[in-house]
Each structure stands twice: as C-alpha cells, then as structure tokens.
Design a protein around this ligand. Structure first.
Ligand SMILES: [Zn+2]
Length: 87
C-alpha cells in the first residue's frame, strides 16, 4: 500500500499583505461582523493604533515605503479592523 504526502500550500500571508496595500481605495470590511466602511466612515472610527516602518518590517519581508497600517475599532461589533494607508 502506498501513501502520498502532499505538502500544504505556502501561506498567503505575504501576498495578501501586498494586495491589501494595493487596494487602499476600496471599502474596508470588518472581519468580525462584515460591515463595510468607505473612507469617510473609516476615518470616523476610533483609532486604536498605527503600525509604521520598523514595526511592520519585523513581520513582513517586503513592505512598500511610506505605507502604514491603521487599526480602528468597528462601530458595530467593536472588533479591530486594519487598513493600509499611504502617507
Ligand atoms: Zn464589526
């Protein structure tokens, strides 16, 4: 009897980070409740924190210069939503 071991696909973490950076003009969707925020609604949310430069570089291999991550609190479920912002 033969068994074949297939390797699981490479995690798409890095790719999704780059895609998120490219899609800064699209609405942000809360991962908790699914509510979508256009830019004005997003800016009205409570800012929980901002990740910049070195903090991001510690987690990703390549990161576009001048791009930071804002984390805001969802108005519906109070979950944290991260969005890339170009400065
Ligand atoms: Zn939510």
């Amino acid at each position: 009897m033969c068994f074949f071991v297939t390797e699981s696909p490479v995690p798409a973490t890095r790719r999704s980070a780059l895609r998120a950076a490219a899609g800064t003009e699209r609405p942000v969707r809360c991962g908790g409740c699914g509510r979508a925020y256009e830019l004005p609604g997003w800016l009205a949310l409570t800012l929980v924190g901002t990740l910049t430069g070195d903090a991001i570089a510690a987690h990703v291999v390549k990161w576009p210069h001048g791009v930071r991550i804002e984390v805001r609190r969802c108005a519906r479920c109070a979950g944290s939503i991260a969005r890339t912002v170009e400065s």
